[in-house]
Design a protein around this ligand. Structure first.
Ligand SMILES: [Zn+2]
Ligand SMILES: [Zn+2]
Length: 259
């Protein structure tokens, strides 16, 4: 039986792309990096280009879709998006035909059961994704200003959880960013801080949880070390030091996490 893996090819405000894969089938979530970089990073992590079967989109922000049109054309695979997001992608990014999905409706794709679910973020119709296959459950939520009952319900009991840990509150406050940008990030339609993520983890980590991957870590308002230490502290309090904790990077792909 083939192993189920998650590979963070890029994560952060300069580009996001995550591969969920099993055997010779891979689904890519977002494509906020260039085709050239995507091809390099797939190769670096041992993922064949021919394995790519589809792109799923979370929302239309640059850092999630700027490479999508060229990459989907190159691979000749469908792009899945919610109706409102698809409209944006057509109008603003000249994407052609897309497969429309509705939040909270399961659909099969490349051997996975896939479900999009709504999250709170300042784009037209932002979603996270849950993938299930055999005993693996993979949850991905990378851009959300607040956790809700919906995020709790969808992300609970994942074997592998990919969750945003965007900023450190003190670093954001001290940063030179304009006030309107700071308040946008802090708002319920912005991003999750390390503290928000640490607070949320206990409600979704269960005995089935094997991996936690921190995502979308800010380059100037956070460090990999602070984000990791904060989440590790929470897992330690939960007596779950056995959970494998890692983080997505902006500058390099991260070796596959096996679910
Ligand atoms: Zn983003
Ligand atoms: Zn965003």
């Amino acid at each position: 039986m083939s192993k189920i893996g998650v590979t963070i090819l890029a994560s952060g405000s300069n580009g996001n792309c995550i591969a969920v894969h099993c055997g010779d089938q891979a689904i890519l979530i977002d494509c906020g990096i260039s085709l050239r970089m995507l091809r390099c990073r797939l190769k670096e992590e041992g993922l064949e280009e021919s394995w790519v079967k589809a792109f799923l989109v979370t929302h239309e922000h640059n850092d999630h879709v700027k490479g999508l049109r060229v990459a989907s054309k190159h691979f000749g695979v469908p792009v899945y998006a919610t109706a409102k997001c698809a409209e944006k992608l057509r109008n603003e990014w000249s994407l052609g035909v897309m497969t429309m999905i509705a939040a909270c409706n399961d659909f099969p794709l490349s051997g996975f059961n896939v479900r999009a679910f709504p999250v709170s973020h300042d784009a037209v119709d932002t979603v996270g994704y849950v993938f299930t296959r055999e005993s693996a459950k993979i949850g991905v939520a990378t851009d959300l200003g607040v956790t809700t009952q919906m995020t709790h319900f969808q992300l609970r009991d994942c074997s592998t959880l990919v969750l945003e840990s965007n900023f450190d509150l003190n670093m954001l406050a001290a940063s030179s960013r304009p006030w309107n940008l700071k308040s946008r990030i802090l708002s319920p339609i912005g991003h999750l801080s390390n503290a928000d993520t640490a607070k949320f983890l206990p409600s979704v980590v269960t005995r089935n949880t094997r991996n936690v991957v921190l995502a979308h870590i800010s380059g100037d308002c956070n460090t990999y070390d602070i984000a990791e230490r904060t989440a590790r502290g929470t897992l330690h309090e939960l007596a779950r030091d056995d959970v494998f904790l890692t983080y997505g990077r902006r500058d390099a792909p991260v070796p596959t996490v096996w679910c």
